[in-house]
Ligand binder design. Structure first.
Ligand code: TYM
Length: 351
């Protein structure tokens, strides 16, 4: 077996134990984008044997209004999706953010490390706030500092995410570097984003230039992990495409965002390269490709939806798993955040 490639970051982080952290917001049901960009890769990382910590970030979700009953449901359903997709709560740590107070404690400290100018440059904030920026919550603005806290409370060194989180992870690195410089310590690792595979940015089925998102008003724009076989097939059948057949090479997808998106989805679901998919479907019409894609998606997502359904019959068991995960998460994060209090000069004299 060949040696893993040592990036400069991996070398700089050598003092830290390799550890993966990532999170998903329970602000609605999960989509195919969340599955291919995040969940599926979370499972791969777990199966590679690295320590993996995964979190349903309910504190992040409330940066925009969440109905309490729906939030509770979405958090349990998110946990069910993790497990159904292959996360084993015995091997990975799986929990919801609000049960481990270290996140918000470190989040506050990072609010005092991060600069207003850094936050103002966050494109996701600008997109979400839009013209309404005077009226969004302060939490939405501070969101990336809490995200940095999620990761750094565990001294995580690697963070698998979709492409849309890249800027937030750059900010996480900036916060770690500034904290280390300000306090003259080598305390936080500088995390490495893991943005890999054919589906780091799954696009809307209605518009190949827009990201597939759980918050898109059109349900036709996305595949939900809870969609049944007929719905999945219908959504792919109606997905926007162009009139051309599939090209002879991957380069031919360059100015065809909808075609490229469907090919990327196929490749990611089938664990094939885009070149392999193009080699199989070169010159074929979408009338042939779309049903093949729908069949593939149903074969991969159907068992996940069925298992989610089964797990959701017993919400008490899901809560138990999240609680046990939170205990294990707390055992790692607490001593790290206690050291941060010490480094920053906070007196901790309660018995
Ligand atoms: P969230 O909840 O929007 O998305 C969860 C994960 O899914 C990925 N993703 C996608 N990947 C490909 N194509 C898409 N269309 C697509 N849509 C979503 C996201 O990139 C993400 O990896 N800020 C984060 C949650 C978070 C977090 C963290 C992540 C909070 N703390 C710490 C990592 C580490 C978010 O809103 O993800």
């Amino acid at each position: 077996m060949s040696e893993p490639v040592q990036t400069p970051q991996a070398i700089a982080n050598a003092a830290f134990k390799p550890r993966i952290f990532s999170g998903i917001q329970p602000s609605g049901g999960l989509t195919l984008g969340n599955y291919l960009g995040a969940l599926k890769r979370f499972v791969q990382k777990q199966d590679e044997g690295i320590q993996t910590i995964y979190c349903l970030v309910d504190m992040h979700a409330i940066t925009t209004w969440q109905d309490p009953a729906k939030l509770r449901h979405a958090t349990r359903e998110g946990a069910a999706a993790f497990i159904a997709a292959g996360i084993d709560p015995a091997r990975s740590i799986l929990f919801n953010q609000s049960q481990v107070s270290a996140h918000v404690e470190l989040g506050w400290i990072f609010n005092c490390v991060a600069r207003m100018g850094w936050m103002s440059r966050m494109t996701q904030f600008k997109d979400k706030a839009g013209k309404n920026s005077e009226n969004v919550s302060l939490g939405l603005y501070a969101y990336p500092a809490l995200m940095a806290a999620d990761i750094l409370a565990y001294h995580a060194t690697m963070v698998p995410v979709g492409d849309d989180q890249k800027q937030h992870l750059e900010l996480t690195r900036d916060i770690a570097i500034k904290f280390n410089n300000d306090y003259g310590v080598d305390f936080f690792p500088v995390v490495e984003p893991l943005i890999e595979g054919a589906a780091t940015r799954v696009m809307s089925l209605r518009d190949g230039t827009k990201k597939m998102s759980k918050s898109d008003p059109s349900d036709q724009s996305r595949i939900n992990l809870t969609d049944d076989a007929d719905v999945i097939a219908a959504k792919f059948r109606k997905a926007k495409t162009d009139p051309e057949p599939l090209p002879e090479t991957a380069f031919g997808l360059k100015d065809r965002p909808e075609a490229r998106n469907l090919v990327n989805i196929y490749a990611a679901l089938a664990d094939q390269s885009v070149d392999q998919v193009i080699a199989d479907y070169a010159g074929k019409q979408f009338g042939t490709f779309k049903p093949a894609l729908a069949d593939l998606a149903v074969s991969k997502l159907g068992p996940i939806a069925a298992e989610m359904n089964r797990l959701m019959q017993d919400p008490g068991e899901i809560d138990r798993i999240l609680g046990a995960g939170a205990d294990r998460a707390e055992a790692i994060a607490r001593p790290i955040v206690d050291q941060v209090y010490d480094i920053t000069g906070m007196i901790r004299s309660r018995r």
